[in-house]
Design a protein around this ligand. Structure first.
Ligand SMILES: [Zn+2]
Length: 257
């Protein structure tokens, strides 16, 4: 029986069997692990307060055959203020769900873990607009997962857009407002395209995010309406994931209450 000590973030906890819990942990160096907590739903279980989503720490796990079992936990941060606010809680669930979708088993993805931790930290302890945290996380998570946009210039004429432009969320390419008036045979827009407007401020925020180090991923400022930025980021990641996440619908339903 092998024992491991892993540093990581619990991104999902689900009930399992009669009294157990299953945790999905994104770890620093072992990728995504599924770990069973025997008796984890019992109020007397010593892991009752740590074996849940948003807990970051060091976990001792035993490997029996191909399954992992939790035997020790040392919490670094549980981002507690998130749990006291339904909007933050539902957004954190969505963020962890995205991380779970993007993370691979047994493939370490330090950037994705770091980005997710930074987003949870900002949600818990900083005063950022939650819509901006969501959008910046979506775009940066897609970028670091290999879905890099082509936003250095207009994809049709190659020029820098002079004002507001358009972006195809399916391909991540930019189209200036002049080229948008050209026929689709020239622009390449077809039925698979998802063409959205983008303000000049939103474009510079996206360019910042593409290059920014992860710990500075929220250090940009948008002027005017942030709607085109948040809308594009959500659609862009959704195109990459190729599925709709229930946690996103739930977050939106909480906002509309
Ligand atoms: Zn153009």
């Amino acid at each position: 029986m092998e024992e491991l000590s892993v540093k990581g973030l619990i991104v999902k906890d689900v009930d399992f069997g009669e009294n157990d819990k299953l945790l999905t942990i994104i770890t620093e160096d072992k990728g995504k692990l599924t770990v069973t907590v025997k008796g984890g739903r019992s109020l007397k279980n010593k892991f009752i307060s740590v074996a849940e989503a948003f807990t970051y720490g060091t976990f001792g796990v035993r490997k029996k055959t191909k399954f992992f079992y939790l035997f020790d936990a040392d919490v670094t941060d549980d981002f507690y203020p998130i749990r006291e606010d339904l909007v933050k809680m539902s957004l954190a669930s969505y963020i962890c769900d995205v991380a779970n979708e993007l993370a691979l088993e047994e493939v370490a993805d330090e950037a994705l873990l770091k980005l997710t931790l930074n987003a949870l930290y900002a949600l818990a302890y900083k005063d950022y607009d939650t819509k901006i945290i969501k959008a910046a996380y979506e775009f940066k998570a897609a970028s670091i997962s290999g879905f890099m946009p082509e936003i250095s210039g207009c994809s049709v004429c190659g020029r820098e857009p002079e004002d507001d432009s358009f972006v195809n969320a399916a391909s991540g390419t930019l189209i200036c407002s002049d080229c948008m008036t050209k026929p689709t045979s020239v622009t390449g827009i077809d039925s698979s395209s998802i063409v959205l407007p983008l303000t000049a401020s939103a474009l510079s925020a996206l360019r910042y995010l593409e290059e920014a180090p992860i710990q500075r991923f929220l250090s940009f400022r948008l002027t005017g309406d942030a709607g085109s930025f948040t809308n594009f980021c959500e659609k862009y990641l959704a195109c990459h994931l190729e599925k709709e996440l229930y946690t996103l619908s739930f977050y939106k339903s909480v906002l509309n209450v």
